[in-house]
Design a protein around this ligand. Structure first.
Ligand SMILES: NC(=O)C1=CN([C@@H]2O[C@H](COP(=O)(O)OP(=O)(O)OC[C@H]3O[C@@H](n4cnc5c(N)ncnc54)[C@H](OP(=O)(O)O)[C@@H]3O)[C@@H](O)[C@H]2O)C=CC1
Ligand SMILES: N[C@@H](CC=O)C(=O)O
Length: 425
């Protein structure tokens, strides 16, 4: 049987999973593709660190060993980050190697240029693993939603933060303890800042938006808030109201535009997203024809992510046999403007502190009434230093109304708004 040789750059959590799958699942890969797959060369930073693997695969620190090897036709990039990953993939595509990557940072920020370079060189550039780890969501949207009009895609798309929130809520671990464990388990990025600040999820929502709506939204246009400011009081009050706090990415058509955001949200405990725990992710795709669909699975971790990488590799292999390489992963393109804030409507959970004095609550409700904003649930708790903490679940209001309310509360000077989280029923 003909053998297809693979190269790889990076041998961390995902790279080690790819090595394991190529070895353990060799028979299935051959049965499905009609070709043997062999991992020939892996580029690492530090040879000594990976000495134990040197018996199984050729290790090098020199990318040229892959670039100049005519036997290696497909290369996996799992080093992460934007630089030098961008330069590495650019060199690989220029050398006519097909590339499979798990790198959402790079695809979300520089994807357009790399996709064009791949097309110009008749190479495949596939990145199923870049969104939601082991969930096969990108190919599903590209293929199975090819004819349907998607109106909303939302979900939990970061494993690290979902793991942290789950441990904090269920095991009562501290934020720091849960983050450290997520790092030990290989879920977090090398630098976890992007995980906890929501940027990793924003990268994924940019890629999901491109597949779902055909529009490439700049990362900077995605309003992004992480979980590092979520207060224990709000986790407890959310539970008392009947909700669970999750970091949720939303991309939806609103008015004539597209709205994309990543932020903590209160998810009704009966909603399927409320049941998504630990490093698991879930993506809900709403199509005009099909209605609501839900895709669930591990969003981080070596072997689950490697499975998505291998699905891309086998796709490249099949394309090589059929001589159909060089087509873009996602072929849907449609230019949508960003949605007007008046068109984006949700219910919100608001947490404020006010002076614990007669008339202060009245001022708050008066400001809300001026904006035609109302609420369905409200709780007031005595706090410290003569302050009361007020927690509200509003009726539906627009982003524009919310911004006006925030400005009005700031003008009052006595009220401090701590958070405004979307409510998902
Ligand atoms: N971990 C996960 O669950 C998931 C990760 N991803 C993505 O997959 C990619 C890899 O993630 P992950 O495996 O967790 O990352 P790791 O940090 O575990 O591994 C990165 C690997 O790349 C190597 N590396 C980094 N820079 C260079 C360089 N300049 N030259 C050669 N090798 C280099 C590192 O070397 P060294 O060992 O010497 O440090 C390490 O082996 C990232 O883009 C990530 O966002 C996607 C989905 C899930
Ligand atoms: N750090 C990421 C890894 C997968 O993309 C996450 O936690 O989701």
């Amino acid at each position: 049987m003909e053998e297809i040789k693979l190269g790889m750059v990076g041998l961390g959590t995902v790279g080690s999973g790819v090595l394991e799958m190529v070895q353990k699942h060799a028979a299935k890969i051959s049965a499905v593709t009609g070709r043997k797959l062999a991992l020939k060369t892996v580029v690492v930073r530090n040879l000594a660190k990976h000495a134990a693997v040197a018996q199984q695969v050729h290790l090098t620190t020199d990318l040229n060993e892959i670039l100049t090897d005519p036997e290696i036709q497909i290369v996996v990039e799992v080093m992460g980050g934007i630089h030098p990953a961008k330069e590495v993939i650019t060199q690989l595509l220029t050398a006519h190697k097909h590339v499979v990557t798990a790198n959402k940072d790079l695809i979300a920020t520089e994807g357009a240029k790399l996709i064009e370079l791949a097309r110009a060189n008749h190479c495949d550039l596939l990145y199923e693993a870049s969104v939601a780890g082991g969930i096969p969501i990108l190919r599903t949207i590209a293929d199975s939603f090819a004819a349907d009009q998607i109106t909303e895609v939302k979900g939990i798309v970061n494993g690290t933060t979902n793991y942290i929130l789950t441990q904090m809520a269920q095991q009562h671990w501290s934020y720091e303890q849960a983050l450290q464990k997520a790092q030990e388990l290989g879920f977090a990025e090398a630098d976890p800042t992007n995980d906890v600040k929501g940027k990793d999820a924003a990268y994924k929502m940019v890629i999901l938006s491109q597949f779902s709506f055909g529009t490439r939204v700049p990362v900077a246009a995605v309003a992004t808030e992480g979980i590092d400011q979520v207060a224990a009081q709000d986790v407890a009050q959310a539970a008392a109201f009947g909700y669970t706090i999750k970091l949720v990415g939303v991309a939806r058509l609103a008015g004539d535009g597209l709205f994309v955001e990543v932020a903590p949200a209160l998810v009704n405990r009966h909603h399927p997203l409320a049941e998504v725990n630990n490093e698991n992710n879930a993506v809900m795709v709403r199509g005009q024809a099909v209605g609501d669909t839900l895709f669930y699975g591990p969003g981080a971790g070596g072997l689950p992510t490697a499975n998505s990488v291998l699905s891309d590799i086998t796709t490249v292999m099949k394309n090589m046999i059929l001589k159909t390489n060089g087509n873009s992963f996602n072929r849907y393109s449609k230019q949508l403007a960003l949605a007007e804030s008046a068109a984006v409507k949700d219910r919100y959970y608001l947490a404020l502190t006010l002076p614990d004095q007669p008339g202060e609550m009245q001022k708050l409700t008066t400001e809300m009434a001026k904006l035609n904003a109302s609420f369905s649930q409200i709780v007031q708790q005595a706090g410290q230093n003569g302050q009361a903490r007020v927690m509200i679940i509003t009726h539906e209001m627009s982003k524009a109304q919310l911004a006006q309310l925030q400005a009005a509360l700031a003008a009052l000077k006595t009220a401090t708004l701590h958070c405004a989280y979307r409510v998902i029923e």
